[in-house]
Design a protein around this ligand. Structure first.
Ligand code: F6R
Length: 610
């Protein structure tokens, strides 16, 4: 949530253009409001308003702003409504200090009161403003910017990162205290940002940071210090090989459609990565533990549900799944030093997941294995080991390709574990992994080609639907929940995902003539799912089916596009493919409803708040 970008450059003509170009790559983190503070000849020009980067840039001509340093912020509202005054960056008491933050200041209420009592003028209801005032406050005492930034941290409680500067000083300062922050060093310019995509347009010479560190940026270098004692730390920039164009649409109308279409290639990369030498380390972590937990949020959680079915079926391994925020109250008392928690997070920055990580580390609750997409994320640095999702940047707010990658990772790990512990025949394990390696890319492509048109046509018939269910059974339990999440998230419809045998225990009463219920099934379970379909049909509901073609299922759909038919494979591959038609359906429905699926209202891709 929220993205900050700070740049210091020798080229005083282009700060606005640079900040807009780089910070626009963070749109997925927040798009409620945008602001830029640029410093020229010792004066801060601060422009901000409600809207996306494109909208606010058009309105306030941000990219024409001049100066040799500046800070931009894209906001996802938490403290204070998305209004102009709450937009970031903020000034301090006067227009000398300027700065912006990402994250939450938990002692906002008390600290704001304290600042006001000591004469500070606070204009907004946004906690980011307090970061600037904290620096301002210590500057009054010390007259030294470095010390003021360092000392400000003792007043601010929470998980955050911020960038700050003074009109009459050439440097920009930044701190990392629980929210992500990365820096870059280019020729004659340096940058600090909440995330790598906004650094890459300027440079791939990157410095990763740890919590409790602060930076000082000049046009020629970035110096890193430990906040606690102000000691300078040695940090050599590393060359990032992340593709800078990953954050471009590549001819697709939306990132979401591009990312859905990347899935056939991702299958190869994910399996190729799992085929590598680190697999031994990951399997051993799982094998050495006596209790196993899969912890995640949102789409990553839905993929984890699918994962538990793979671990059960292929490895005979009970894996408890938990939502990040629910983990401690649900399972906290059951953990010990022999436990393994697999923390699944695309961003590697989700606060609910980092809370679990901290709990486990603080209480010696065993080992942690991250499954993450963002290289350089907090989860990557702090988990005992991590498996990369190998998807490239996922820009669109709704998760698609990372969910797909997670399902493959769980399927692969489960087969390997089952092969080693004898739960399944080694030839069965090998054959399944070979199918993931050799057949899945083409099957995924066929699924996209075949169900794309059907999903588009189906979406047109659902334009007035406001309420529906998405039901799965067995392996497709998590798939149904993921399909429902996508429809809620980008179509703003109420869609509940649940286990299909549960539907008759209450929700069935909602069904009237043409009430839509989507059933997702594997070939193994369709005999059972047909019972659940009949229960809906008998009440004149509309049944939509996702799965392989089966003659027994065909009579239950009223038209061709109500059967989102995936290519023939097998029960273990079905759950990986079945999500794709649901991604496509939600995508086309969203577009038909006039919504931008990449930037659904009220959301942010990276949720670094509680
Ligand atoms: C939904 C979606 C979210 C995320 C959730 C967890 O499409 O993207 O539900 O899955 O916020 O995010 P990560 O995986 O980054 O921890």
């Amino acid at each position: 949530m929220c993205g900050i970008t700070g740049i210091v450059t020798r080229d005083s003509d282009s700060i606005g253009e640079l900040l807009v170009r780089c910070s626009s790559k963070l749109t997925y983190r927040g798009y409620d409001s945008v602001g830029v503070a640029a410093v020229r000849n010792g004066k801060v020009d601060l422009r901000k308003d409600v809207g996306t980067v494109e909208e606010v840039n058009k309105l306030l001509r941000l990219s024409t702003m001049k100066g040799d340093r500046g800070i931009a912020q894209l906001r996802w509202a938490t403290y204070g409504a998305p209004t102009k005054v709450n937009a970031q960056p903020h000034f301090g008491c006067d227009d000398v200090f300027y700065g912006a933050h990402n994250g939450n200041i938990h002692n906002y209420v008390e600290y704001k009161k304290e600042l006001i009592e000591t004469g500070h003028i606070i204009r907004s209801e946004n906690d980011g403003e307090l970061c600037v005032h904290a620096v301002d406050k210590y500057y009054e005492e010390t007259g030294d910017m470095f010390e003021s930034v360092r000392l400000s941290i003792q007043d601010l409680k929470g998980a955050f990162a911020y960038a700050v500067g003074r009109a009459d000083e050439q440097e920009i300062y930044a701190v990392k205290m629980g929210s992500s922050l990365v820096a870059g060093v280019a020729e004659g310019a340096t940058i600090v940002s909440s995330d790598l995509p906004s650094v890459l347009p300027l440079t791939n010479n990157v410095i990763y940071l740890a919590d409790g560190e602060m930076l000082v940026l000049t046009p020629d270098d970035v110096k890193v210090y430990r906040i606690e004692d102000g000691k300078q730390l040695e940090r050599v920039p590393q060359i990032s090989n992340v593709d800078a164009h990953a954050a471009e649409k590549g001819g697709y109308p939306h990132f979401m459609l591009k990312e859905i279409n990347e899935q056939p290639h991702i299958a190869q990369d994910v399996v190729g990565n799992l085929d590598g030498p680190r697999i031994e380390e990951w399997l051993k972590l799982i094998e050495d533990a006596s209790k196993h937990y899969l912890v995640a949020c949102g789409s990553s959680y839905n993929a984890s549900i699918v994962g538990t079915y793979y671990f059960n079926r292929l490895a005979g391994l009970p894996m408890l799944h938990a939502i990040g925020g629910q983990f401690q109250p649900q399972y906290g008392m059951t953990m010990d030093e022999d436990s393994l928690s697999i923390l699944v997070s695309q961003s590697g920055e989700t606060k609910d997941i980092l809370n679990v990580l901290n709990l486990i580390k603080g209480d010696n609750y065993g080992k942690t294995l991250g499954v993450l997409n963002v290289i350089g994320s907090t989860l990557m640095f702090q988990a005992d080991s991590y498996i990369p999702m190998a998807c490239g940047y996922e820009v669109s707010v709704p998760a698609t390709k990372t969910y797909y990658s997670q399902s493959i990772i769980f399927a692969y790990l489960a087969a390997k574990l089952g092969e080693r512990n004898g739960h399944i025949d080694p030839s069965e394990a090998k054959s399944f992994i070979n199918r993931l390696r050799n057949d899945l890319p083409a099957l995924t492509q066929t699924t996209i080609d075949r169900t794309g048109i059907l999903a588009k046509n189906l979406a047109r018939t659902m334009i007035d639907v406001k309420d529906l269910y998405c039901l799965g059974y067995g392996f497709t339990d998590g798939v149904a929940k993921e399909g429902a999440l996508k429809i809620k998230e980008i179509c703003y419809n109420h869609c509940e995902g649940m286990y299909s045998s549960e539907f008759k225990h209450g929700p069935l009463s909602i069904v009237t003539k043409n009430y839509p219920v989507i059933f997702i099934t594997t070939t193994e379970d369709s005999w059972m799912v047909i019972n659940h379909i009949n229960e809906v049909k008998a009440r004149h509901g509309r049944t939509i089916v996702v799965g392989e073609f089966e003659e027994t299922l065909e009579p239950y759909v009223d038209s061709k596009h109500d059967y989102l038919e995936v290519p023939t494979s097998d029960v273990l591959i079905n759950p990986i493919l079945d999500v794709i038609p649901l991604q496509l359906l939600s995508y086309y429905l969203s577009v038909d409803l006039g919504i931008n699926p990449d930037l659904p209202r009220n959301l942010s891709k990276t949720l670094t708040v509680d």
